[in-house]
Design a protein around this ligand. Structure first.
Ligand code: ADP
Length: 454
């Protein structure tokens, strides 16, 4: 037994709705078709009976029928055959009544005949025998003609029965075909739904939906769903890797800190000279951890509201802020009043990370150049240095989380490897792009593009 909910969802299913609609259309078409066939038949039969009656009247008009004998003659000739459909009653001027063959009996019950509402020329006897009735005057004589319609009625009955039987057969076969068609039509959707439900059940699933060749709509939905699934899987992978990397990266400084704490505990009393060194180390490492946690948190809070911000001001302020810890020469070529859409703090972080990197990876006598201009609807910012540079192979990799170019080289320089990853994530968040080019004669240039406020 189906529950009310199941019945409800069945009634709302595409298969049910399509079936019902098509079956209704089929039923209506069959009804119209059957009624038309029956109506055309009836009209045709009525016309042909009327023609029969008119023919007799025409013949009668032409015939010489003034005396009683002539009338008898006429009726004998035209209406007396066994298969003749005519029954004629003639009331002569003299009041005498002449009947055609078998007509007297029929006209005997004439007063009990009934008339149809539509085809008023058709009369019915008490035994439901139909006749076509015509009344004409020929000279002084009044002539009543009845044309038998029994056979025609049988024909109509035959056609009605045949139409009903055919309609029932067509409805049964048609409904079955429609039901199958609707099932086939909704099958890809039902199948897709089942696959989606089973995808949810499997843990760590890497499954994909089957993409049917048709219908096109289901094909597109399956493809889009697969793309979504793939993106979700990639992001899950990334998150997993991120958590693993983050815990690994945080564990290293933590272990080192604990090592130094132990060292102070064990040897601090006898060798107090190790204490300042260890404390300096702990201070440096904990600061590094602090920066790293801060940066990791930034990546977790990427929902920034967008307001109009002055990128020129952001660059100038950040450069001023960092200038105290910058031994290199700083060159500024910043066009004023360049506006972009975004979060002030996020833009500040992008520029700060890039300047900090330039400072870190450039010798003290090097030069750092900051440029900002407008180009084809974009704000173009450049942070260039004359430092150690980045090889072509690593130009893309440096944007990955925890990636540090040429480990041996950068291990001497403190860093966590997530600064550029944050820069890129924030840049993309505000519809910007970032790329690295080589600087002349050496060093690197980070070039950023952001859509200008219109
Ligand atoms: P880190 O904390 O190591 O600087 P980043 O994500 O900021 O992390 O940078 C990733 C790597 O890219 C760095 O380890 C360094 O090797 C390279 N890098 C970044 N900026 C520069 C630069 N201005 N010049 C040369 N190498 C750079």
């Amino acid at each position: 037994m189906k529950t009310a909910k199941q019945r409800d969802s069945w009634r709302n299913s595409t298969q049910y709705r399509l079936s019902i609609r098509f079956i209704l259309i089929l039923a209506c078409s069959m009804l119209v078709l059957s009624l038309s066939i029956i109506a055309i038949t009836i009209v045709e039969l009525y016309d042909s009976t009327k023609e029969q009656s008119d023919l007799l009247v025409e013949t009668m008009e032409k015939a010489e029928t003034t005396s009683q004998e002539e009338w008898l003659d006429f009726l004998e000739t035209y209406t007396s055959g066994e298969s003749s459909p005519y029954y004629v009653r003639t009331v002569l001027d003299s009041g005498e009544i002449i009947y055609s063959h078998r007509a007297k009996e029929l006209f005997g019950g004439f007063s009990d005949f009934r008339q149809l509402l539509v085809f008023t020329n058709i009369l019915w006897t008490e035994d439901f025998e139909p006749y076509f009735y015509t009344r004409v005057n020929k000279g002084e004589a009044q002539v009543a003609i009845l044309v038998e319609m029994g056979e025609k009625l049988e024909l109509v009955e035959g056609i009605v029965s045949l139409t009903v039987v055919l309609t029932v057969i067509i409805m049964i076969v048609g409904s079955a075909v429609i039901y199958r068609f609707a099932r086939n039509f909704s099958k890809p959707l039902v199948q897709m739904n089942q696959e989606i439900s089973s995808l949810g059940l499997e843990e760590n699933q890497t499954g994909q939906l089957t993409v049917p060749d048709n219908p096109q709509e289901v094909r597109t939905v399956s493809e889009s769903f697969n793309q979504l699934l793939e993106k979700q899987q990639q992001s899950l992978e990334r998150e997993k890797r991120f958590v693993a990397d983050a815990s690994h990266e945080l564990r290293t400084p933590l272990t080192a800190i604990r090592g130094h704490v132990n060292l102070i505990n064990r040897r601090g009393k006898q060798h107090p000279e190790v204490i300042p060194k260890s404390i300096a180390f702990i201070d440096r490492e904990s600061k590094r951890m602090e920066t790293m946690v801060e940066q990791l948190l930034t990546l977790g809070r990427l929902e920034g509201e967008r307001t109009e911000i002055d990128l020129s001001q952001v660059i100038i302020q950040t450069a001023e802020e960092l200038q105290v810890m910058m031994p290199q020469r700083l060159v500024m070529e910043v066009e004023e009043g360049i506006l972009v859409l975004g979060n002030q703090e996020h833009f500040h972080q992008i520029i700060r990370n890039l300047i900090e990197n330039a400072v870190k990876y450039t010798e003290e006598d090097g030069t750092i150049t900051l440029c900002l201009t407008k180009k084809r609807g974009y704000a173009v910012a450049e942070i260039a240095d004359t430092g150690i540079g980045i090889s072509d192979d690593e130009k893309q990799q440096v944007f990955e989380r925890f990636y540090r170019a040429d480990q041996s080289r950068s291990s001497k320089i403190a860093g966590s490897g997530i600064g550029l990853s944050i820069v890129r994530t924030l840049t993309l968040l505000y519809d910007g792009t970032i790329r690295i080019e080589d600087n002349e004669p050496k060093g690197s240039r980070f070039i950023l593009n952001f859509p200008l406020v219109k």
